[in-house]
Design a protein around this ligand. Structure first.
Ligand code: OAD
Length: 269
């Protein structure tokens, strides 16, 4: 089994042997998450029967053209989502991923989620790439200026956004926009490099993909960069046929168990 490094029993003392055998041998792990991981925290997914894109048109809300046409409408939608996320709590799936990050030598979480629930569950910024951005970042649509609104205790939203005012850049006066990646936009080069650097560091022993329809080619490409691919999703996806394990359960049920198994007895996976 790829994720278990077999321990050579050549310790010079019993103490050393205990120290060696209590190390964690899940060596390189990549976790890819999507909206399904936050579903049990009450954040709607995008596709599927209760998903955002069922009733809303992405072209009217999540593209640069939509923002140029009606920035107020776009901001109203993002404010409502920010509020929902602030009121939500990380669930057992976020906690499980954070636990795995702490117990794994080389670990990267790549999340498509713009909510902050993985971060609030305790994953450090170094171990996480937020490939579609951060909903609490407000950035200028023209220049490089950006700020993190959550750290301001929401005062910007109280002062400006709740009044329906579109925030303006303090540097150049252009409209500010949410710091997320919209359809038709490039992914951040920095964040892409972080993922590629991690993957170039060696094959992953295990890749876990949870709560995503894997619509984007880059998600599929990254998911295939490991010896084992565990997919956690109640539904089938384009990735399912490549998975070495398909776990058809909600992430908050499956991930704690998978992480327990990986940590306690990786060879059983
Ligand atoms: P989707 O809404 O496309 O997919 C959510 C997936 O989660 C589906 O495959 C569901 O079957 C699964 N799911 C639902 N509940 C679940 C649960 N409790 N546990 C595990 N899985 C569950 O969301 P994403 O794949 O994340 O992009 O969407 C990818 C991107 O498309 C988003 O980041 C967003 C969207 O348009 C941008 O905004 C750029």
């Amino acid at each position: 089994m790829a994720i278990l490094t077999v321990l050579a029993k050549r310790s010079v003392s019993p103490d050393l042997e205990i120290a060696v055998s209590s190390r964690f041998w899940v060596v390189r792990v990549l976790v890819l998450t999507g909206a399904g991981v936050s579903a049990e925290s009450g954040i709607p997914t995008f596709r599927g029967k209760d998903g955002y894109w069922r009733n809303l048109d992405p072209a009217k809300l999540a593209t640069p053209e939509a923002f140029a046409r009606d920035p107020q409408l776009v901001w109203d939608w993002y404010r409502e989502r920010r509020q929902r996320i602030r009121n939500a709590r990380p669930n057992a799936a976020h906690d499980a991923v954070a636990r795995l990050a702490q117990r794994t030598d080389e670990f990267l979480l790549v999340t498509q989620n713009v909510d902050d629930l993985h971060a609030r569950a305790g994953i450090s910024a170094q171990r996480m790439v937020r490939i579609h951005g951060d909903i609490f970042v407000t950035r200028c649509s023209r220049c490089e200026f950006e700020r993190h609104d959550y750290e301001h205790e929401h005062e910007h939203e109280d002062e400006h956004e709740n009044e329906g005012v579109i925030p303006r850049c303090p540097e150049c006066d252009a409209f500010m926009r949410p710091g997320v990646v919209w359809f038709g936009e490039q992914l951040s080069r920095n964040e892409l490099e972080r993922v590629e650097d991690f993957l170039d560091g060696g094959a992953c022993d295990v890749v876990i993909v949870a709560g995503t329809t894997a619509t984007f080619g880059y998600i599929i490409d990254w998911a295939l960069r490991g010896s084992e691919l565990i997919e956690v999703n109640p539904e089938e996806t384009p990735l399912s046929r490549f998975a070495t394990q398909q776990v058809r359960e909600p992430a908050a049920i499956a991930l704690p168990r998978i992480v327990d198994q990986l940590i306690a007895s990786p060879s059983k996976l």
